[in-house]
Design a protein around this ligand. Structure first.
Ligand SMILES: Nc1nc2c(ncn2[C@@H]2O[C@H](COP(=O)(O)OP(=O)(O)OP(=O)(O)O)[C@@H](O)[C@H]2O)c(=O)[nH]1
Ligand SMILES: O=P(O)(O)OC[C@H]1O[C@H](OP(=O)(O)OP(=O)(O)O)[C@H](O)[C@@H]1O
Ligand SMILES: O=c1cc[nH]c(=O)[nH]1
Length: 486
């Protein structure tokens, strides 16, 4: 694909979700990549898809949300509950708690909810209050919520305020019969909250039912989808998830850059990413889980090599028509982090030649090639370029330019990495539209220091154990066994 068509595709996608993208494409043509501003980087990250799930108390909203989350397992989904934004009760309100109306719009701190949702929509992490239903106060530490692909906002009155409604890309109302809701509420409040039946019925007739009629039911008209029978309605949930997938897909980076391949996410892969991104993870675990992910990326990358058809005879005497692996390959690792990927490549392709490139970062504005040792006949080979991090794309551009100058056709290069920032993907794909990039996750962006966010910090330091230079070296007797082996 030529660079014009890449730009056309970006233009075509410059709707709500990639709002800053086309402007950045033009900006990048005229400026050093390294000078990309932090705000441009923030702009570049796509806006999440916001779903509102409203409905009466005990209508089954939680079940609907859980089912959506379960089915969207390969997307980053975050759930925000309106319940978290209940106002703390004053001392006076606490003395007469049974007279407090928890179902009235004024019971919620809507301004705070609005502020949190705005931040999440703009790719910023937020601290969501942790309301305690026992003390009627916000006593627990806040829950940190990171920006995600999909945000689900759930609560009885989330369609009440027009400003919150306007943030939503999809509004769902869970419509469950009043008697079913009352029955569930009685069971839940007695079993889970230890209330007696008289108190539950009293609260229901005094507050819950009137509030449903006065405030919740009137918001049903704002819904795009009304789900009868809540979580029991599997057909409705399937259709909703299908629609969300279509909407997300329209803004997927892989649609803009057809040579970008993000390996299919699973909870297992997400779990490994969670570990290697956690700053508290030990070096030992970091290496273990990074290696597992690298192996997956390498296997996936090998799948993009050309193949020839091959027939074999199986022990049953039958013919199996399969394929033969591509021959003339080599790896090239970008020192030093790229060297962490060599073992996985060697484990898959025995005896493979691996060249090396050392690129030195000069401030934040450019990279300088310091050292290279490549196979003599590299121009006849398919090259698997190894570097776990694609940030600004500066290092990748240097490395790929060198390979091309050695006669490697652009289309023979597969760049394997663990995480890619959208900025780096854009820079590399725009400059080299025929190379393939295989990665395991696309990041939110870059920070002011051009480090990948959320990222995993300095990969090389964490993988090779050079990130603890400042820590005093304790005499052996004071070290615990685990850290001394790390
Ligand atoms: N008694 C009591 N009720 C509360 C308090 N805080 C919230 N509620 C009730 O909680 C209800 C809102 O939560 P629900 O919509 O039932 O919660 P949910 O579990 O997320 O929703 P579903 O999945 O649809 O059942 C309201 O009817 C409130 O009356 C509280 O501190 N005390
Ligand atoms: O896309 P960029 O913005 O150029 O960033 C990516 C580069 O940064 C990392 O190396 P680093 O400079 O941290 O060196 P190291 O591998 O020696 O730790 C990484 O391995 C890439 O080579
Ligand atoms: O975030 C980053 C950027 C470059 N290199 C890293 O190791 N991490």
């Amino acid at each position: 694909m030529d660079s014009k068509s890449v730009e056309d595709m970006i233009e075509a996608s410059s709707g709500v979700h990639f709002s800053g993208f086309h402007m950045d494409a033009l900006e990048m043509r005229n400026t050093e990549v390294g000078q990309l501003t932090a705000s441009a980087a923030e702009e570049m990250c796509r806006q999440p898809f916001v779903i509102g799930v409203a409905g009466g108390a005990a209508s089954g909203k939680t079940t609907v949300c859980d089912m959506i989350i379960q089915q969207l397992h390969d997307q980053r989904v975050v759930l925000v509950n309106q319940d978290s934004f209940y106002h703390d009760l004053t001392e006076e309100e606490l003395t007469r708690v049974h007279e407090y109306n928890f179902d009235h719009p004024d019971a919620f701190d809507t301004e705070q909810l609005l502020c949190a949702m705005e931040k999440l929509r703009h790719g910023q992490a937020v601290d969501i209050p942790n309301y305690d239903f026992k003390s009627y106060k916000n006593v627990f530490p806040a829950r940190r919520v990171n920006p995600s692909d999909v945000i689900i906002l759930e609560g009885i009155l989330i369609f009440h305020d027009p400003r919150i409604r306007e943030l939503m890309n999809m509004k769902i109302f869970v419509d469950t019969d009043a008697d079913v809701r009352l029955a569930r509420r009685i069971r839940r409040d007695i079993v889970e909250k230890g209330r007696d039946i008289a108190t539950v019925l009293d609260q229901y007739s005094k507050f819950v039912k009137p509030a449903f009629d006065d405030f919740i039911l009137p918001t049903k008209k704002y819904a795009d989808i009304i789900i009868p029978r809540g979580g029991d309605n599997h057909v409705a949930i399937d259709l909703i998830v299908q629609h969300i997938r279509t909407k997300l897909g329209q803004h997927d980076m892989c649609k803009i850059y057809p040579n970008l391949y993000v390996i299919q996410s699973t909870f297992q892969i997400r779990g490994m990413h969670t570990l290697i991104r956690d700053s508290q993870t030990t070096k030992h675990d970091f290496v273990f889980y990074a290696d597992r992910l690298i192996r997956l990326v390498v296997e996936h990358g090998l799948g993009h090599l050309p193949f020839t058809e091959k027939q074999v005879t199986t022990p049953t005497g039958s013919v199996y028509t399969g394929v033969d692996f591509c021959k003339r390959l080599c790896g090239v690792s970008v020192i030093r982090s790229g060297e962490s990927m060599e073992n996985a490549l060697r484990a898959c392709c025995k005896g493979m030649k691996i060249g090396k490139i050392l690129i030195h970062r000069e401030g934040d504005n450019g990279q300088q090639l310091i050292y290279e040792k490549l196979p003599q006949d590299i121009s006849d080979r398919h090259v698997l370029l190894l570097d776990p991090i694609l940030g600004t794309g500066n290092s990748a551009v240097q490395a790929i330019s060198l390979l091309i100058s050695k006669g490697v056709p652009e289309s023979n290069i597969i760049f394997l990495n663990l995480i890619s920032a959208p900025q780096g993907v854009h820079v590399v794909c725009k400059r080299f539209p025929r190379i393939k990039i295989v990665t395991s996750e696309i990041e939110t962006g870059l920070n002011e220091d051009f480090r990948v966010i959320p990222g995993m910090g300095e990969f090389g330091d964490r993988y090779f154990g050079t990130d603890d230079d400042d820590q005093p070296v304790l005499p052996p007797k004071n070290r615990d066994t685990k850290s001394s082996t790390d």
